[in-house]
Ligand binder design. Sequence first.
Ligand code: TXA
Ligand code: MG
Length: 323
Amino acid sequence: MITPDLLTRAVETLRHGGVIALPTETVYGLAANCEDELAVRRVFAIKGRPATHPLIVHVARAEALSSWARHVPEDAWRLASAFWPGPLTLVLPRTARATDAVTGGQDTVALRVPQHPVALAVLDALGGGVAAPSANRFGRVSPTTAEHVRADLGDEVDLILDGGPCTVGVESTIVDLSSKEPAVLRPGGLAVEEIERVLGRQVPVRTSSTVRVSGSLASHYAPRAGVVLSEPADVVARVEALRAHGRSVGVLGPPSLTLPQGVPRYDVPEDPAGAARALYTRLREADLQGHDVLVACLPRAEGLGIAVRDRLARAAAPRPPGT
Ligand code: TXA
Ligand code: MG
C-alpha cells in the first residue's frame, strides 16, 4: 500500500538528492531528480551503467515537452496525445534543462509520461523531471515487481515504492523524432503498428543505430543461464538435443506446449501482450532454478511480440566475458 505519507517521503527523498525505485506500467525505474547532477550520477553508479548511456526523463504531462525539447514537431504532439500516459518514449532535440549528465552529452533528450498512478503522483508532486532507467544492474533482466528491485539493488536505493506488478512488462517503445524521418530505436510496450496508425505512415525499426541505446547492445536483458531461441514447432527437438548433451534445460513457453517428462515449463502465454507481461518474471524464476540452458519459445512477430522477440534475442546473444 502506498500511503500519502510514503508518497511525501518519496518526493522529499528526490528533492534532497536521493534515489528511489518507482513503479511504472512497463518496468520499475531507478529514479532521481533530473536536475540534480549528483543524484543522476548515483543512478549510473548503482546500475553500473556507463555514463555515456543516456537516461529517459519522465514527466507528469505532455505539456512539459516544450520545456525539455527546443523543437516539438507535430508528430510528437500527435503521438503524445494518442499514447501518453503510456509506454512510449520520444527522442527530441533538447533544451538546456536536459543536462549532459542525463543525456550522456547528446544533443537530444528522451521523454516519457508513464502510466502508473504512483509514478504520476510522484512526478506531479515533484513538479519536475525524473531520470529513471530500469531498476536493474546494467545488462541484467529488468524488474517488473518491487521484489525484483529488492533482490537486485536492496539497500543501495533510499526507498522502494511497491506499486504491484507492472501491467505491460517490457520497456517503453522509443521513437526518435529528432531527425527528418521518425524511427523506432527500441521496440517496446507500445506496438509499432499503433504508432504507424497515428502517424499515417510506416516507421522503420532501427535498433542498431549509432545512438548509444544501452537496450540495443546485443547482449542485454541477460539471465545467468544460456538462452536458446526456438519457434514453437522446434521446441521439443531443441530440448531433446540439449538433454542428449547432458545439459539441464527449462522451457519458457505457453501451456499449449507438450514437453518431454521432467522438463519444467515457465509459462509465457502465447498472446503477445500476455507474453510481454510475463517475460521478465519468468526469466528470473527460471534462472533461479540454476538450469544450464533455457529454451525460449518465440511469440508471433506482431504487436508486443516484436518487443518480446527483441528482448529474447538479446538475452540469447553472446555475452562479454565476466558477465
Ligand atoms: O519503460 C521504460 O522506458 C523504462 C521505465 C522505467 O520508464 N525505462 C527504461 O530506461 O527502460 P533505460 O535507461 O533502461 O532505457 C532507456 C533507453 C536506453 O536504451 C537509452 O540509451 C535510451 O533510452 N535513450 C535515452 N536517451 C536517449 C537519446 N537521447 N537518444 C536515444 N536513446 C536514448
Ligand atoms: Mg534497462
